[in-house]
Design a protein around this ligand. Structure first.
Ligand SMILES: [Zn+2]
Length: 153
């Protein structure tokens, strides 16, 4: 069942994530598949939407994009960048290296791992504390296909 729009009272509404997914699939080619989630009362809109170009469809999708999860970014890259040469030094040293060389490369390896680890912890915290509540709220939202209003019933 769809909720009617609090702004214009239209029943031509759709869950935001579903509308977004339909919009994305429209962009990727199927030009006839435009009347996303049209209800029977939305017949007139279905006709006008026939004029939507691919660009408008993608703009429509962009404005209702779901929140994004944080993925491994440049900080992890820096960590790897530090880690790898030190691992090479560490492995290349073998048994012959002296204590200073050993400590030097070990420190580098630990710093590299530490950076990657801290980035991972922060990313996990972001995804748990910020992304997930946002995504849950996002999933509760509806969009009105008549006036574009985004609302939570
Ligand atoms: Zn509306």
């Amino acid at each position: 069942m769809n909720y009617s729009c609090p702004k214009c009272n239209s029943e031509n509404t759709q869950r935001l994530d579903i509308a977004y997914k339909s919009g994305v699939s429209n962009v990727s080619g199927t030009t006839n598949n435009i009347g996303v989630g049209m209800s029977s009362s939305g017949l007139g809109i279905g006709v006008s939407e026939g004029n939507f170009s691919g660009t408008q469809e993608s703009l429509f999708s962009n404005s209702i994009k779901p929140p994004e999860k944080k993925s491994a970014g440049c900080i992890t890259g820096i960590g790897v960048f530090i880690l790898i040469p030190f691992i090479i030094v560490f492995l290349g040293m073998g048994v012959g290296g002296n204590f200073e060389q050993f400590m030097f490369s070990l420190t580098g390896v630990l710093i590299g791992i530490g950076i990657i680890w801290i980035d991972r912890l922060q990313r996990n915290r972001f995804n748990r504390d910020e992304y997930e509540p946002k995504y849950r709220a996002y999933q509760k939202k509806f969009i009105c296909h008549r006036c574009g209003n985004i609302f939570q019933p």
